[in-house]
Design a protein around this ligand. Structure first.
Ligand code: HEM
Length: 432
């Protein structure tokens, strides 16, 4: 069987990759050069990270569907596993399916009607503190909004009083699971994080205790309590949801603002649509399906900068893909980012063209996978799409936005973030 191609560290391809990385200030640019040079399956050996990279719709289908039972999500040495313990994101088999089934109803489309009001109210709570004429970093502001929404809707608790107190702990928790220099000396233990992680745990255990006292249990936390799970396993799910459910939305919303800021014509068109459909009233769930252009902008942001840009697995047995053997125990990564930038499916992939997603245009299956795919796709996909529309619609109704930087770069944190941020000058439009 043919061997899996790998770049030679001293070869021309590696040099080109290094140049791209410096130019674009992003490791992703280097990986894109490797993909162009080596094809849809290649070996990537970075300091502390060794994986077989798979790209394209066949590869995605292979990892997400056909080989689902031959790969594991859980990787014992990873900080994500250390942090989330038995969270639904890092467990496998029947245990995973049981926990996921418990949470599914609270994220079902029908529940979104109830959540829509909270999504707009949390947006108002944060943008109500903005002063017209001031500049705010959308990466920071969207994180505040996403945190309030997540905790309010799924845990039925107001997070606002904790926002300042736990802010640094949340950022540290995210840094704990982000790629970084620590990869050079191994993952665990990592000093400097303990206080942040303990603060998060203390808060979540408190919330569980409070919610055990009430008997209104329609939400996600209520469902976990009613299922009879112990506090430890519930904490694992809450932390998973808190991290997976807010950091992704933060990235999506801040990239959407960046792209709208770079493309004032698109911003105007999105706002005109919002005004025509909602006017000055409050956005509601009924509007989420009536804003096609805003939906296109969101999809294009997800394509260009997928917040989760890869899915990582461990081969549970020897696998074969495209005539190459992948040995049991190997880390297998399907790249959402590279698939979203394949010229075959996405002409001029680095250009912002929301029209790619215009109503009626069909895309090849597994070429657009911001929420993954198969039975373990994103449990919060519907939630976050409605959230993104309502938050953006509300903010476009209320403010004019003026981007204050020329360029943001795709930084690989826990999600793919715009760095150094998305500073925007805001101007109040009207009082609604
Ligand atoms: C823009 C927003 C979001 C994006 C782009 C996103 C993306 C993804 C992707 C790509 C996966 C699959 C990863 C893989 O195949 O390895 C995933 C899984 C997951 N997401 Fe999301 N997500 C978003 C929002 C949310 C929200 C709001 C929640 C919770 C409320 C959430 C909770 C989860 C969980 C728990 C999983 C694991 C599911 C399982 O393994 O069964 N996500 N997400």
């Amino acid at each position: 069987m043919a061997t899996i191609p790998a770049p030679r560290p001293d070869g021309l391809l590696s040099l080109k990759a290094l140049q791209a990385m410096i130019r674009e200030r992003s490791v992703l640019a280097a990986i894109e050069v490797f993909h162009q040079g080596l094809g849809n399956i290649f070996q990537l050996a970075l300091p502390g990270f060794n994986a077989v990279m798979l790209v394209g719709p066949e590869a995605a289908r292979f990892v997400l569907v056909t080989s689902r039972d031959d790969v594991r999500w859980r990787s014992e040495g990873d900080p994500v596993t250390h942090l989330l313990r038995d969270g639904v994101l890092v467990i496998d088999g029947d245990y995973h399916d049981r926990i996921r089934n418990l949470m599914n109803p609270s994220l079902h489309r029908q529940m979104l009607t109830q959540y829509a009001e909270a999504m707009v109210a949390c947006t108002d709570q944060i943008c109500g503190t903005w002063k017209s004429g001031n500049t705010y970093d959308m990466l920071v502001e969207m994180r505040k909004i996403a945190l309030l929404i997540l905790v309010q809707t799924l845990f039925k608790v107001d997070f606002h009083p904790q926002l300042e107190r736990l802010w640094q702990s949340i950022l540290k928790t995210l840094a704990y699971i982000s790629p970084g220099l620590w990869m050079l000396w191994g993952s665990i233990p990592r000093p400097g994080y303990q206080k942040a992680l303990t603060d998060m745990d203390d808060y979540l255990y408190q919330v569980i205790d409070i919610r055990r006292q009430d008997d209104h249990r329609e939400d996600l936390l209520g469902a976990l309590i009613d299922a009879g799970l112990d506090n430890g396993v519930i904490r694992d799910q809450l932390l998973t949801m808190l991290i997976a459910g807010h950091d992704t939305s933060t990235a999506l919303l801040s990239w959407a603002f960046y792209l709208l800021g770079k493309h004032p014509d698109a911003l105007q068109r999105a706002r005109a649509e919002v005004q025509q459909v909602i006017g000055n009233g409050l956005p509601g769930i009924e509007h989420a399906h009536q804003l096609p252009y805003l939906g296109q902008v969101i999809d294009e942001a997800l394509r260009m900068y997928p917040p989760i840009h890869l899915g990582s697995r461990i081969a549970a047995r020897d696998l074969e893909f495209d005539g190459r053997q992948i040995k049991a125990g190997t880390r297998v990564v399907y790249s959402i980012y590279l698939t979203h930038h394949m010229k075959t499916y996405w002409p001029s992939p680095h250009e912002f063209q929301p029209e790619r997603f215009a109503v009626g245009i069909k895309h090849e299956p597994y070429t657009f996978l911001p929420f993954g795919g198969g039975p373990r796709n994103c449990i919060g996909a519907a939630f976050s799409q409605v959230e993104a529309k309502l938050v953006l619609a509300r903010l476009l109704q209320k403010f004019d936005f003026d981007l204050q930087i020329n360029r943001a770069y795709a930084y690989m944190g826990a999600t793919l973030e715009p760095r150094p941020g998305v500073p925007m000058k805001v101007q109040l439009r009207q009082t609604t």
